[in-house]
Design a binder for this molecule. Sequence first.
Ligand code: URA
Length: 195
Amino acid sequence: MDGLDVTACERCPELCVSRSRIVNGVGPADADLLFVGEGPGANEDEQGEPFVGRSGTVLDDALRDAGLARGDVRITNCVRCRPPENRDPTTGELNNCREYLETEIERLDPELIVTMGKVPSEHLLERSVGVTTEAGDLFDVRVGESSYRLLVSVHPAATLYDRSQRETFETAIARAAEVAGVGDSESGQSRLGDY
Ligand code: URA
């Protein structure tokens, strides 16, 4: 790993074949908010950046509504290589990539981690998660030597299949901005102590 980027990796034989490139996280290396998705899709694999397809547009819109720009936050995924046919990453693949995610979290040291969807929420909380019912809820997770605050959200793609998830997603993102003390809710100060 070079800084926050993985430059070469051969840990997952199938993903080495299915990927065009490794898709690293984007955004400032000192961002207060870290958004974690599942893994790159076709657009991300092509462009080398997380959340640049339709899900990315939904995320960008929700960030804008919360008074944030994409460039204000860091966005990454549980796995950095596109699984074939957009299948979910396997447990083995998630575990192979976990060290990279943990290193990114530790180096970034964000105020708040936002997990978007079931896969990243369950991966980091290490339990089963009902993302619709738990969206907007805050938890503590241990990564390495430190503890981090984590807010669960539905995945932005869920809003494309089910319009009713749109509000759930937007509310979770607005709450994340408020908790981290950034965007429209800007107080210059994290409100983590209030939650
Ligand atoms: N979905 C994800 O979980 N991650 C991306 O980067 C794009 C779509």
